[in-house]
Design a binder for this molecule. Structure first.
Ligand code: SF4
Length: 337
């Protein structure tokens, strides 16, 4: 007897067990009994300590937030003020609150009308979303949680941008019944790689931070990038093993791609950087999923930029092709994605 994957016509023999991957969609469905959509939010004024000069300038060599988040392109470019921990007064807080509401209603109405989605999680996506005065963060998070049918927050940030009182605040939302995630950008655990990509941080404190975060009832999702310059497959899998050993609730794995107007683009054009192939990336995803425990929520295994600024690899232009390829590979090892 065989089990057939209807998408691919590929068969497994009946002795092979099929495991359904715990994607974020399936996790939400199990946890809330209905579909939940993450609503990406990009607000004016957020930045990063490796962009504003407090640790470095220029940001990560691949960083182009506009390509990660189309909402950023629509923000008012005449507003120059940037957030950090020491800013005494935030003169653009009202603007940020308005943008939060506008983006929420635009996305939630779309998903409600098109896909009948009834519940939402607010995802603070662009830049480091905890790198701002505490009062600003509290006002924005309170507002986000007051919006209709919002079940919680997911906050993207760096491991060097967390103040202890922020964890206490987020923990108080958990106590009120909200689902709170922090998405920590790790990318690699190797100092030489983090230096090369101008990350301006190391992962020395990350294990303790992950532990402290989870002890407060906040869920941790770690981001890793496969295909960083000078990294071997063994190094990438070592980074994965490391974050698993620190303790995580979710993972986002994605390939590095090159977009225009970045330092990585210059390296690529000079022949100093060779992007990862789809085959190598696929093999890494297969090897990764063999070691990731089944209870960890897989929030992402693919990534791309469907726009002309994408230089390489070209397979990152079409996420559907990427997903079909990865689905087929995973099916061959008995994982239903
Ligand atoms: S940490 Fe994120 S937002 Fe900041 S420079 Fe790097 S990629 Fe860009």
């Amino acid at each position: 007897m065989t089990i057939q994957n209807q998408n691919t016509d590929k068969n497994l023999d009946s002795t092979q067990k099929v495991r359904t991957l715990l994607t974020i969609g399936r996790y939400f469905k199990e946890r809330f009994g209905t579909r939940v959509r993450k609503i990406p939010i990009s607000l004016q004024g957020f930045t990063c300590p490796n962009i504003d000069g407090s640790k470095a300038r220029g940001g990560c060599i691949y960083c182009c937030n506009e390509s990660f988040s189309p909402s950023l392109k629509k923000l008012d470019s005449t507003i120059k003020i940037k957030m950090n921990f020491t800013l005494k007064k935030n003169p653009i807080l009202d603007t940020q609150l308005t943008q939060l509401e506008q983006q929420f209603y635009w996305h939630s109405n779309f998903h409600k009308e098109k896909f009948n989605v009834q519940k939402y999680m607010i995802y603070f996506q662009s830049y480091s979303n905890t790198y701002a005065p505490f009062d600003t963060l509290k006002t924005l998070y309170d507002k986000a949680l007051s919006l209709p049918n919002v079940i919680g927050l997911s906050i993207g940030t760096r491991t060097d941008c967390i103040e202890p009182k922020l964890l206490d605040l987020l923990s108080s939302y958990v106590d009120e019944g909200f689902e709170i995630w922090i998405e920590y950008g790790v990318q690699s655990v190797f100092d030489q790689t983090l230096k090369l990509i101008n990350r301006a941080e190391n992962m020395q404190n990350a294990p303790a931070l992950f532990k402290a975060t989870r002890e407060k009832g906040i869920k941790v999702c770690a981001h890793l990038i496969y295909g960083l310059p000078n990294e071997s497959q063994e190094m990438m899998l070592h980074s994965l093993q490391s974050v698993l050993s620190w303790g995580v609730d979710g993972l986002k794995l994605h390939p590095l791609y090159v977009v225009e107007n970045t330092h990585l683009a210059k390296m690529y054009k000079k022949g100093e950087y060779k992007p990862i192939s789809l085959q190598d990336y696929g093999n890494l995803i297969v090897e990764s999923l063999k070691i990731i425990p089944p209870e960890i929520v897989i929030q992402r295994i693919s990534s791309g930029a469907h726009e002309p600024s994408l230089l390489a690899p070209k397979w990152c232009f079409d996420k559907n092709i990427q997903m079909r390829y990865l689905r087929d590979l995973l099916w061959e090892i008995g994982i239903w994605y």
